[in-house]
Design a binder for this molecule. Sequence first.
Ligand SMILES: *Cc1c(COP(=O)(O)O)cnc(C)c1O
Length: 455
Amino acid sequence: MRETNPNSWEARADAHSFYGFTDLPTIADRGATIVTSGHGPYITDVHGRDYLDANSGLWNMVLGFDNKELAEAAKAQYDTLPGYHAFFGRMSDQAVMLSEKLIEVSPFSDGKVFYTNSGSEANDTLVKMLWFLWGAEGQPQRRKIITRKNAYHGVTAVSASMTGKPYNSVFGLPMDGFLHLTCPHYWREGKDGESEAEFTARMGQELEDMIAREGADTIAAFVAEPVMGAGGVIPPSEGYFQTIQPILQKHGIPLISDEVICGFGRTGSDWGCQSYGFMPDAIISSKVLTAGLFPMGAVILGPELSDRLTRASEAIEEFPHGFTASGHPVGCAIALKAIEMVMSDEIKGNIARLIPQFEAGMARLAEKKNIGEWRGRGLMGALEAVQDKATKTPFPGNLSVSERIANACTDQGLICRPLGQSIVLAPPFILTDEQLAEMFDKLEAALDKVFAEVA
Ligand SMILES: *Cc1c(COP(=O)(O)O)cnc(C)c1O
């Protein structure tokens, strides 16, 4: 099935490039897809084949793969000040403007921003900030970080420890002091006969029990994605954050919203925390921040944490942290343009128009006998494949059902992501009605093909 020519792009990729987060048997069988260009929501491979990318790249390229305005913002900045750092009291004007903009569009009344090159680094930075400020406030033992199983917070040693995925055990992670609560996925984790309200109450009790067991004065923060993204698009159970937040407040534990996926419109609101009606103490941002055109992350501290971090820094005369490319002026210029576009009436209107069609398409596919549930929020969703719908029994792992579905999609010119036993969709915000219909038609054909083979 794959190219055998040793000079092919596929063979050259195998020879000298590592594949991260890639199913290697699929590569051995099919070869990698080598991408050369893009237009709108489509990418084009070295063989000239087009694919509708129903994952917006990795959730981030929401304004398409050939956005001229973003490219022009980058070009203009490269022509003016093509790079600079943010150390030793120097900082580009673009970084100053982006921080103002981020606080303005954030749910916070005031606050401050710190830049990184990725979402993982933003989570690492947040944890270091918390360790630093708790220490400065005379509570150096407050170091534990609570997250949830299935959460995805990144791949650096700290953010991978926050991530609640079993694969991190191959690295001997998580490190000590990273605690994981049950994933608030009612469909999968709910007990027989347990109502959703009872399930949510149990999640709250589990947090209370963990805090009692560990000691509130050993816990630095609770970090959560509003909707878990890379865990398989898992919205929280009804009332989850309304149950969790008062418990954290009672114990003085900050609530951090990892909005790397949810931020900037994905859930149908500007921020995921707004979709779920809670107010975090800080927000982690990346991905849509630059619409995928520049590696960049940001820690956005609300007023209380930013005051505390400022005081702690003043006490030792600096905050000893930063990356060489933190606040890169080209990244900031792109982010300013991306935020302007993503928050424009045009894009917000398109998202609002697409959401009901997206939900209807997902609901229709979920009627298939081998789809256990569809779940999601806004323009992110997952279809969970099952062998038996009534008992929610998954297909045997060795059938690689979700990989096969994704491969069948690729064969038809559609990119979508296999995740566990589910297929994840997170289309770009610029999709037209015709492109949305194309996405569902191709996905349906792939589902029917694979279910006919395995069922
Ligand atoms: C992708 C992601 C990260 C990590 O971002 P990178 O830029 O890949 O390091 C962190 N948190 C969430 C919620 C993410 O989806």
